[in-house]
Design a protein around this ligand. Structure first.
Ligand code: HEM
Ligand code: HEM
Length: 204
């Protein structure tokens, strides 16, 4: 018997994010317009996910699956001993990975947005003063950042993209391990939305 776990919008979000990330990654060479579009799509999807995590159905809600560091460490320890319990929703380690993926993707998209237009970069040094006059740096009236600053943000953009890719590889590893351990096809569940009904030892 199976039960419905992932709602249709959550599944659409996941596979759209996979596609947007893949396109952004594959078009990251100099000056490809599709690259920026794919990056904005990823950013928009993350925006949707943040709202869905607050108002979506049970298993989409952050409050249902995000746990503290102790719970994540406890779950990873149980995994090493081959004794982790099955979760109907996201398990604590998977949840930590979701937070890491969303943060890394947000940082990648934000730094991409900054480097795509020089005036956005130029605005950066003034930002603290915009947030609060107390942070305004009156000494620094050199104006827009020079080449050095832009180069640094571009490098950061590339580094964050690489970090995201590393997290994706670990994400796939986690999905594979959990699928084997609990004898269920988790990628298929992210397509159909359905998982095996929880047993007495499972956490629903
Ligand atoms: C998930 C989203 C994104 C990923 C995975 C990604 C990935 C990358 C990667 C790997 C590079 C090459 C970096 C290097 O060679 O050091 C790059 C470059 C770049 N990205 Fe992104 N990016 C994303 C979003 C964006 C967005 C939203 C924008 C702008 C709106 C953007 C604008 C750029 C620009 C301007 C470059 C420099 C390449 C060039 O000179 O044309 N990216 N990106
Ligand atoms: C073909 C490659 C992929 C497969 C098979 C896959 C599979 C899955 C599965 C099975 C889950 C649910 C995990 C669970 O049962 O707890 C999941 C969740 C998730 N995956 Fe992937 N994934 C893939 C690629 C990616 C990529 C490339 C990203 C991001 C760039 C990503 C981001 C996420 C996020 C954010 C979630 C959480 C879903 C939510 O509740 O919003 N995945 N993935």
């Amino acid at each position: 018997m199976t039960v419905r776990v992932w709602d249709p919008l959550l599944r659409l979000f996941h596979w759209s994010l996979v596609a947007a990330f893949a396109v952004a990654w594959l078009t990251s060479e100099e000056g490809q317009p599709l690259h920026q579009t794919a990056g904005y799509v990823a950013a928009g999807l993350i925006g949707f996910r943040l709202i869905w995590g607050l108002i979506g159905p049970r298993y989409a809600r952050f409050a249902q699956f995000i746990r503290g560091p102790a719970a994540v460490a406890g779950y990873l320890g149980a995994m090493l001993r081959g004794r982790e319990r099955r979760y109907l929703g996201h398990n604590p380690a998977g949840a930590a990975m979701i937070v890491a993926l969303l943060l890394a993707l947000s940082g990648t998209a934000f730094t991409g947005w900054l480097i795509a237009e020089p005036t956005r970069m130029a605005m950066l040094p003034a930002l603290p003063g915009v947030v609060s006059p107390a942070f305004a740096d009156e000494e620094n009236d050199e104006g827009p950042r020079g080449e050095a600053g832009e180069g640094a943000i571009e490098e950061l953009h590339g580094a964050l993209a690489n970090l995201t890719l590393l997290l994706v590889v670990l994400h796939l590893g986690g999905v594979a391990i959990a699928s084997l351990r609990h004898r269920e096809n988790l990628p298929r569940a992210m397509v159909t939305g359905r998982k095996r009904a929880p047993g007495p030892d499972d956490i629903a």
